[in-house]
Write a protein that binds this ligand. Structure first.
Ligand SMILES: Nc1ncnc2c1ncn2[C@@H]1O[C@H](COP(=O)(O)OP(=O)(O)OP(=O)(O)O)[C@@H](O)[C@H]1O
Ligand SMILES: [Mg+2]
Length: 246
């Protein structure tokens, strides 16, 4: 089976600064990968590179067997940026309409898709409010709904659960698992360990390096610890020790 996302020996950076080194990542159809790592580790940089917003400095990235950057490919990816890019003066419904049109959704399909996407994030009661009156969490939810609108094969979500309460988080995870079961491929970043534990595989990035990668069970076994959080902390200490010895 072809891989949905393949990152090979990627090095990435801005100007003279190197942010990511030798990143390798493979994501098969129907699987969920969580990217975790401290603030500034390079998660968003990796996501932006996979989206083709940054050209790989070294190495290659393919999505759906297409090398990025590739503009037509974007129509097949549902993307939620870390910073909400919404029209504040428009209502939630108008934002969904606008982005749905941008994504090439047919007018006839629009009401059904908006109903579905808003439903996943419980936003129906607030769709008529202008986005400038939304809370932070409501904006995140609207951004997630927009990513889901066009039923894309690939979802790339940069911190989708920020500002989302536990009950809704559970509902969103239920939907993400259902989407994965139907063959969608999902890559998300998070600082929340409970979210990481829901993923099929976890990739830990620290100081621009992939310090550990595996299923939650593999990671806890590898570090002889009970939780993914403990595995992550231990992997970080190992990286520090390794760097001191270099
Ligand atoms: N546009 C940019 N120009 C220059 N440096 C940048 C740019 N964007 C990010 N960086 C730097 O790259 C590094 C990684 O940033 P990145 O946003 O990828 O981290 P992150 O893991 O997503 O962090 P967070 O968890 O806070 O979102 C940081 O040192 C950051 O300062
Ligand atoms: Mg980020």
């Amino acid at each position: 089976m072809d891989n949905t996302i393949q990152v090979s020996d990627l090095t990435q950076g801005y100007g003279r600064t190197t942010v990511l080194r030798d990143i390798n990542l493979t994501l098969t159809p129907g699987t969920i990968l969580a990217l975790i790592g401290p603030s500034g580790a390079g998660k968003t940089t990796l996501v932006a590179t996979i989206m083709g917003m940054l050209k790989p400095r070294q190495g290659t990235v393919t999505v759906l067997n297409t090398a990025v950057p590739n503009r037509p490919l974007l129509a097949r990816i549902g993307y939620m940026a870390q910073t909400d890019a919404l029209y504040d003066s428009l209502t939630g419904a108008e934002n969904l309409q606008f982005f749905g049109t941008m994504q090439g959704l047919r007018r006839a399909a629009m009401p059904e898709r908006i109903k579905y996407a808003a439903g996943v994030v419980n936003l129906q009661p607030d769709l008529k409010k202008p986005v400038q009156d939304y809370s932070g969490g409501m904006k995140r939810r609207l951004s997630l709904a927009i990513a889901l609108l066009a039923d894309p094969a690939v979802l790339i979500l940069d911190e989708p659960t920020v500002g989302i309460d536990p009950e809704l988080r559970q509902q969103i995870w239920h939907e993400l698992h259902a989407l994965a079961a139907s063959g969608k491929t999902i890559l998300l970043t998070t600082h929340v360990m409970e979210d990481a534990e829901q993923a099929d595989t976890i990739m830990m990035i620290r100081n621009g390096e992939a310090i550990a990668q595996g299923t939650p069970a593999q990671l806890t076994a590898q570090y002889h610890v009970a939780t993914v959080e403990a595995a992550f902390l231990q992997a970080g200490r190992d990286q520090d020790a390794h760097r001191r010895n270099d």
